[in-house]
Design a protein. Structure first.
Length: 232
């Protein structure tokens, strides 16, 4: 059975294919090295093959020097909610994260926003860890980094009527100013007057039957809920 140490080292190899000037996407590089090796031998010059071999030797040497804790630590991914550019955090939860970052037991961060904070966290990892392995950064972006103006829309559909009714009929909308990452709840009030229409005799009336209510940011991408209007 494969040992835990060799298992951690094998998976960590994918995270260590990084250059001095930046970080490569390890999964893609691994696929290129493994899946494209046969074609590489036939088409690429000898100097490139020597470089690939040197990278492999450097990775092997690094893995041999790392402890199991350091290898497993490189597979850790933390959320950027704890990032502090000021004093060292005092609460136990954030202190533990801070300690792992300084000891090289963190491989990547999510949701660290802005160049200044990214540089601060990267600097902490490089200066505090033994092997100076740079961090990977990822970011979940909602509506980008800028304020947007969304329009919440309400539509109805009358499924059973004495005359042909629209597939979707706009009955309400609300303009919203949303900052980056902001969400907001919107409520609409729908009354029987909103269900009225001109029938075949040109009377403005409402008829009992089944209706659908649609809500969304446009008429296509909507949520639907059906209800039945009882006769009076």
């Amino acid at each position: 059975m494969e040992s835990f140490k060799s298992f951690a080292g094998r998976d960590l190899r994918r995270l260590l294919l990084r250059s001095r000037s930046g970080i490569f996407l390890a999964g893609l590089i691994c696929l290129w090295l493994v899946g494209g090796s046969a074609r590489t031998k036939a088409t690429e010059p000898a100097s490139t093959l020597v470089l690939d071999s040197a990278i492999e030797q450097k990775i092997d040497s690094l893995l041999q020097q790392m402890t199991v804790e350091e290898k497993v630590g490189q597979l850790n991914q933390f959320n950027g909610d704890y990032v502090r550019t000021g004093p060292v955090p005092q609460d136990p939860y954030h202190q533990a994260k801070y300690s792992k970052l300084k000891s090289g037991e963190v491989g990547s961060f999510l949701n660290v926003v802005g160049a200044r904070q990214t540089r601060t966290v990267q600097q902490m990892a490089i200066e505090g860890s033994r092997f100076k392995i740079p961090l990977l950064f990822g970011l979940d972006v909602i509506h980008g980094f800028k304020t947007i103006f969304e329009v919440a829309q309400l539509y109805i559909r009358d499924w059973v009527a004495s005359v042909v009714r629209p597939v979707k009929q706009l009955k309400g909308f609300r303009k919203l100013e949303l900052k980056a990452g902001e969400t907001r709840e919107v409520a609409f009030t729908l009354t029987s007057d909103d269900l009225k229409f001109y029938d075949g005799e040109m009377k403005y009336t409402v008829e009992p039957g089944e209706f659908s209510v649609f809500v969304g940011g446009n008429s296509r991408d909507v949520l639907e809920k059906r209800f039945v209007l009882e006769g009076q």
